[in-house]
Design a binder for this molecule. Structure first.
Ligand code: BES
Ligand code: ZN
Ligand code: ZN
Length: 500
């Protein structure tokens, strides 16, 4: 879909479909239209009188024209006190679905109708427009390449009409495009089955994408992992015929300033998680093709950051392995020696994400980054604790966590912080190795996985961990999240790369 900014009133729009934003009066009874062109006001009043549509948040009302007049689509933005950027994203998503259902190829949007002064007091016009564009774009995703007849999207062009002349507004649309392209990369990689995405093919895909985006990429093969003494990645990978890999990417801004921050993304890429010898039950096991979503997000985020030309120096590290119960697989009781030198007693081979991440985290620290963010579909426990409404965040530096959460507030991606208590750390001790890969009881599973990772973080290293096991796929409550992978956290990671 093409998004175009038109610096002229919607009155001059050529499109046969006009979109008008409608706010609700404080008592919720009356529609308030901020569209100066007064498009469809009579219709709007009659809809309100009949109590059919008063501008309720997220609601879309399509009025099809039967003559030469254009069709009009009213989109509800709610009470001005409640409207925020996420409301625009959601409303735009619902709009896209409606236009698609009504077989509309092209629509024109009255931008001032989205910009009530109560709302622009709280949010920059650019942020509002970007969110709206994101909502439209993100909703157009579908993963149907394996179907005989993939569906083509009917909605091809949307023009944004505003009399405001601003280069920044055009930038908002471009940014939305870069972000949604990055989210699509993450979704595509995660949605691919394990027959096409395995550690080596993921490496190849990363190389291809890196080349396209002008990002450096190197893929370590098994022999190099042996040289690097990455016992965790090798251990998890040894039960599979597909050998593990380690993907390293780097984006360095042109004419980098001394003040540029070094940011490292580390993403778990278990291309399929059977559980290994601690085999998972069959129902829904196919979902474990998504167990590389952390890696997919790390790849997508560094590419998106590069495309935006952020000023910070970004690294991405993706340990990739297939967790299979083959004849050479590690068993519960195996002791692995990680790259850091610490030994790990494996009591459950299904707690494999942390085994590959600890080597990657150890490696990532060699560049002494200002901050490391790892992301992983790490624990079933996070699904129980928080449901799929949000991602969990944990970290060792509250200032950095707060900054991340502030940025996530702007991107509308929900996160919730969980504590890293010493009690959890104590529970990860092993009687025979330096650390055990599972806790003594089932409580606080997500936090215990995180403190396991924290044991591999050196003194003074700022680190955050995102558990995306619940948010990486099936967020069907979000109208802009499709069936399958969501790419949740990618937009926040890119915003973090640009703002930290
Ligand atoms: N990949 C899973 C976590 C997961 C579970 C993600 C459900 C998404 C949905 C991870 O490798 C795993 O199996 N973790 C175990 C850890 C346990 C053995 C301590 C879990 O959560 O059950
Ligand atoms: Zn597992
Ligand atoms: Zn896993």
């Amino acid at each position: 879909m093409e998004l175009i900014l038109q610096s002229q009133s919607i009155k001059n729009a050529k499109s046969k479909t006009l979109v008008v934003g409608v706010f609700q009066s404080p008592d919720g009874k009356k529609p308030l239209s901020a569209c100066k062109a007064k498009i469809g006001e009579d219709i709007l009043n009659s809809l309100a009188k009949a109590e059919v549509f008063t501008g309720e948040k997220g609601k879309v009302y399509f009025v099809r024209s039967y003559d030469k007049d254009p069709s009009i689509v009213f989109i509800g933005l709610g009470k001005t006190s409640e409207t925020d950027t996420e409301c625009l994203r959601v409303t735009a998503a619902n709009l896209e679905k409606k236009l698609e259902a009504e077989s509309i190829n092209e629509a024109a949007i009255c931008v001032d109708s989205l910009l009530h002064k109560d709302v622009t007091k709280k949010f920059a016009v650019e942020a509002l427009l970007q969110s709206f564009a994101e909502g439209l774009l993100l909703t157009q995703y579908s993963f149907d390449k394996y179907k005989e007849k993939p569906k083509t999207k009917k909605l091809k062009k949307v023009t944004f009409h505003t009399e405001k002349k601003s280069k920044k507004l055009n930038e908002s649309l471009v940014t939305a495009e870069v972000l949604s392209d990055a989210v699509f990369i993450a979704r595509d990689l995660s949605n691919e089955p394990s027959s096409t995405i395995y550690p080596q093919s993921l490496g190849k895909e990363a190389e291809k994408l890196a080349k396209k985006y002008g990002v450096k990429c190197r893929v370590m093969q098994k022999a190099e992992l042996v040289k690097e003494k990455m016992g965790g990645i090798l251990g998890v990978g040894q039960g599979s015929n597909n050998p593990p890999t380690f993907i390293i990417m780097e984006y360095k801004p042109k004419a980098m300033k001394k003040t540029a921050k070094k940011i490292a993304f580390v993403g778990k890429a278990v291309t399929f998680d059977t559980g290994g010898i601690s085999l998972k039950p069959s129902p829904k096991m196919e979902e474990m093709k998504h167990d590389m979503s952390g890696g997919a997000n790390a790849i997508a985020a560094i590419l998106g950051a590069a495309k935006l030309g952020v000023k910070n120096h970004i690294f991405a590290y993706i340990p990739a392995a297939e967790n299979m119960p083959g004849g050479k697989a590690i068993c519960p009781s195996t002791i692995l020696k990680s790259r850091s030198g610490k030994t790990i007693e494996v009591q459950n081979t299904d707690a494999e994400g942390r085994l590959i991440l600890c080597d990657a985290l150890d490696y990532a620290q060699e560049k002494k980054p200002d901050v490391i963010i790892d992301m992983a579909t790490l624990t079933g426990a996070v699904v129980i604790a928080l449901g799929n409404a949000c991602s969990a965040i944990m970290g060792n530096n509250q200032t950095a966590v707060n900054r991340y959460l502030e940025i996530a507030e702007e991107t509308g991606e929900k996160h919730w912080q969980l504590p890293l208590y010493k009690e959890y750390d104590d529970d990860m001790n092993s009687k025979i190795a330096d650390v055990c890969n599972i806790g003594g009881d089932r409580g606080a599973g997500s936090q215990k996985a995180a403190v396991f990772l924290q044991r591999f973080i050196k003194e003074g290293q700022t680190w955050m961990h995102l558990d995306i096991a619940a948010s990486a796929w099936n967020q069907r409550h979000l109208p802009y999240a499709p069936y399958g992978a969501t790419g949740a956290t990618v937009r926040t990671l890119i915003a973090f790369a640009s703002k930290y």
